[in-house]
Design a protein around this ligand. Structure first.
Ligand SMILES: Cc1cc2nc3c(=O)[nH]c(=O)nc-3n(C[C@H](O)[C@H](O)[C@H](O)COP(=O)(O)O)c2cc1C
Length: 356
């Protein structure tokens, strides 16, 4: 696909990860607190999504039945294909959690290695294992050996600019049987600052022999996705904040993969998405959804150009019936305000990031 959106690469739109075939090469990157079940289902209904991954789940808390962890792995027959992302510093616990997931019917396990060395070390002083790719690989190997579903890894480029360990680790991870690797093209030290290093992702693509590398970071448009694929040679792209900014991005990428012009959503489709997101949330959380949905008020307000008074009502409504009334009014009045969504509506940590 070229940056102008036309198709130049003849490739299958599907992608195999281990024994799993994804319907598309564009995946939803986990955004803890945003990419919950209702959002994933609403997004899938728009089309074009290859794979979604849950928010990161603490492996030990999952095993001990912590209600919050169990809520994070809640899914639905329509929420497929799905991987569950787990984290933890102990190989045995991670392997047990992976086995639990397989036993409960999940189709894939994603290991959050954030900055891999920090995680493996567990104490926050990641320096020791920075030179020990073998140690990280043994941890991953234990998980791969525990299950027959595909195990994938998500990680950053490395600790900081002077220690870009991802290519060496990717190579090790491939040799112990990891089915795919998602690379966020920033270092731990960078946090969310600066731009994504596409050359850094390309180095990871070059380091592995067969497994798909999924490029991640700063993809917000079809052009960004094309650039990620072309510059890095990655087999697939994971999109996080871009999916919040434009839930139709996957559909557009699917249109392009089929040689069709990308379709923008109509205004009605945009309001339908808001209503559907809430309806699916209600299926899972009942009346509590009225409170849970409030954090999306500002985002939908800006996204749909909803007048301030309606956005305020989205922040305060208490019943499903009230929500219905607000949506009816939005249908008549949205677009009154200029549509503008800043990435800033999704808060990112300020400093270095250990986990994501
Ligand atoms: C609010 C927020 C929550 C995130 N939660 C997770 C998470 O649970 N697991 C993970 O691997 N990455 C997480 N990330 C990182 C994203 O998956 C992704 O790597 C990063 O945002 C860069 O991609 P993007 O520019 O497409 O958003 C999170 C990022 C943000 C902003």
């Amino acid at each position: 696909m070229s940056p102008d959106g036309s198709t130049t690469i003849l490739e299958s739109p599907t992608l195999a990860i281990g024994g799993r075939v994804l319907p598309a090469r564009y995946c939803l990157a986990p955004l803890a607190g945003y990419t919950h079940l209702a959002f994933r289902r609403a997004l899938r209904e728009l089309g074009g999504l290859g794979l979604a991954t849950t928010d990161l789940v603490h492996a030990l808390q999952l095993l001990t039945g912590n209600p919050k962890s169990l809520a994070l792995v809640e899914t639905h027959t329509e929420d497929r294909p799905l991987s569950v992302q787990i984290f933890g510093g102990e190989a045995r616990v991670l392997a047990d959690a992976a086995r639990w997931l397989e036993d409960h019917g999940y189709g894939g396990v994603d290991l959050n290695m954030g900055c891999p060395m920090a995680k493996v070390n567990g104490s926050g002083g990641g320096a020791r294992l920075m030179c020990d790719a073998g140690g990280a690989a043994r941890l991953v190997e234990a998980v791969v050996a525990a299950v027959s579903i595909p195990v994938t890894v998500k990680m950053r480029l490395g600790w900081d600019r002077s220690s870009l360990t991802a290519p060496a680790l990717a190579c090790e991870f491939e040799s112990v049987g990891v089915a795919a690797i998602t690379i966020h093209g920033r270092t731990r030290a960078q946090g969310f600052q600066g731009t994504v290093d596409l050359e850094g992702i390309a180095a990871v693509v070059d380091a592995v022999t067969d497994i798909p590398i999924i490029g991640n970071g700063d993809v917000r448009t079809v052009e960004d996705a094309a650039r990620m694929r072309q510059v890095t040679g990655c087999a697939a792209v994971a999109i996080g904040r871009g999916a919040m900014l434009d839930p139709w991005l996957f559909r557009k990428l699917g249109d392009i993969a089929e040689g069709q012009p990308p379709r923008d959503p109509s205004r009605d489709e945009q309001v339908d998405f808001l209503a559907r997101h809430f309806a699916l949330m209600t299926e899972q959380h009942g009346e509590r959804s009225c409170i849970l949905f409030r954090k999306f008020a500002a985002w939908y307000g800006a996204k749909l150009g909803i007048p301030e008074d309606l956005e305020q009502r989205l922040r305060l409504f208490e019943t499903n019936a009230e929500f219905g009334e607000i949506v009816a009014e939005i249908r008549e009045r949205h677009g009154d305000r200029r549509q503008h969504v800043a990435t800033a509506l999704i808060k990112v940590p300020n400093g270095p990031v250990e986990r994501w």
